[in-house]
Design a protein around this ligand. Sequence first.
Ligand SMILES: *[C@@H]1O[C@H](CO)[C@@H](O)[C@H](O)[C@H]1NC(C)=O
Ligand SMILES: *[C@@H]1O[C@H](CO)[C@@H](O)[C@H](O)[C@H]1NC(C)=O
Ligand SMILES: *[C@@H]1O[C@H](CO)[C@@H](O)[C@H](O)[C@H]1NC(C)=O
Length: 579
Amino acid sequence: MRLLAVSVFLATLLASALGTVDTFIVSEAPIAKANLLANIGPSGSKSQGAKAGVVIASPSTTNPNYLYTWTRDSSLVFKLLIDQYTNGVDTSLRGQIDNFVAAEAVLQQVSNPSGSVSSGGLGEPKFNIDETAFTGAWGRPQRDGPALRSTALITYANWLIKNGNTSYAQNTIWPIIKLDLDYVAGNWNQSTFDLWEEVSSSSFFTTAVQHASLRAGSALATTLGQTSVVSNYNTQAANLLCFLQSYWNPGGGYITANTGGGRSGKDANTVLTSIHTFDASAGCDVTTFQPCSDKALANLLVYVNSFRSVYSINSGLGTNVAAATGRYPEDSYQGGNPWYLTTLAVAEQLYDALIVWNKQGNLTVTATSQPFFSLFQSGIATGTFTSTSTTFTSLTSAIKTYADGFVNVVAQYTPSNGGLAEQYSRSTGAPLSAVDLTWSYASALSAFAARDGFVPASWGAAGLTLPSSCQSNSGGGGGGSSGATVAVTFNVQATTVFGENIYITGSVSALQNWSPDNSIILSAANYPTWSATINLPASTTIQYKYIRKFNGAVTWESDPNMQITTPASGTFTESDTWR
Ligand SMILES: *[C@@H]1O[C@H](CO)[C@@H](O)[C@H](O)[C@H]1NC(C)=O
Ligand SMILES: *[C@@H]1O[C@H](CO)[C@@H](O)[C@H](O)[C@H]1NC(C)=O
Ligand SMILES: *[C@@H]1O[C@H](CO)[C@@H](O)[C@H](O)[C@H]1NC(C)=O
């Protein structure tokens, strides 16, 4: 009698365990989608005051106050929505996406503590939700924002071109993308705050997303006939790919997240990189750290294990069983707890890996990835196992179960209303920190999509070759170049119509050698005065002109060329009126 009761109990437990992930996804997916949309202006129910297309990070206004819009979070959220729209998953999103395009075009032009649009302002991490600058102290600049924003917009532009709307891609979206990619190409080799806004150094996530954005941008530029940028984007992409390799820590068998920081370097930064630069066409390519590459898998294992003894909710779990994971083991922010989006990222990396293994019909174990695969088959040998082998079948099945386990951890610690905060307690699993974090919802939806086999559009990761030596980019487009230069501020009075912008180009490379395509945009922060501060060679006579661009049309100032002679040192201000 007693035995029977126990076995019925076990059977029920087993049945519910088997069904947990599917059951959770069925209930959570619509909640995540609705709560994500509630955080987007102008009509989201939890984002009152946000302008159209502006994504709030969370409705939380105290401890922490996240009622701001971050370029990183917004771009990752809209990349998800653009993927859904362009793949026909949700055809109702077009208006939201067009609002996002318009909002980002405005935010690019908002002068802020990082600078104006032409002097580094694109690296500003966050803005007020009414599209004004946030002027308080902050970890700035954060140079992943322009890369992530352009990647989202490139995905949309490619779809528009494929669907016969090249003019919108060319005239409205390309100018936004180009500003971001010029910023990436010009500034990637300067230090940046990391995605957690804490460490100023070089950051794996930032380097990787910058690389991907320039590859995708170069291909789009070619499609649109914007050929003048292509060789620079390709050159800087090759430099970024080379630099990316340096984050690998061969002794530790993991990717060091940041070059600074005084920590172990084990960090969700690296897992997020793998999922946000997933390109199935590249297979398990290791130079781009694809989700199924040996280095990314070795890294995943080290990252997950770094939380096993740190969070008490993980105690007693076997080493091949999913666990709660957070940003990095040394984290103390809001108590230093596991995050929903980092735990879900582990699941997503593994789902992405399974997509590729199943597609290519084999899976390779190397000395680097052996510790990861040993979780599922102790003593496994190195080698390639084809899909007809029992090793392939048992490994992929065990890895699927392991991946589902991370979704189950999230399911276990999600409250019954389905709300996803930023964190959940390391000791009780209760939700903590900002409620309704938009990025948490996006991470759930993208993990669920990967589990269903969703493959995002390629960004061009296949078939890349590594340069033989790494080049820096000291000639940076955003200033900071060495040698005898002076900062010249150009002010020009010019009245414009909405959507029209003023640019400058001239006789030296810092003014883009008379190229209208590559001319430098001026800031309208003090409209009708447009201005830009540009480092120019000292003691040099330089000719230049302003140009207007509107809907793809270029209008030059009338002749003759303008001319200045720069001083030997210091700064210089030139004040003009449009002619
Ligand atoms: C192109 O896309 C834009 C943005 O959605 C839209 O406003 C416009 O009507 C489209 N044009 C055509 C010809 O479909
Ligand atoms: C700049 O690039 C060089 C070459 O890859 C690299 O050694 C250096 O660390 C980079 N610095 C920054 C801040 O990105
Ligand atoms: C694994 O699959 C890839 C893609 O189908 C193929 O190119 C490669 O030759 C396969 N490797 C082995 C050892 O079967």
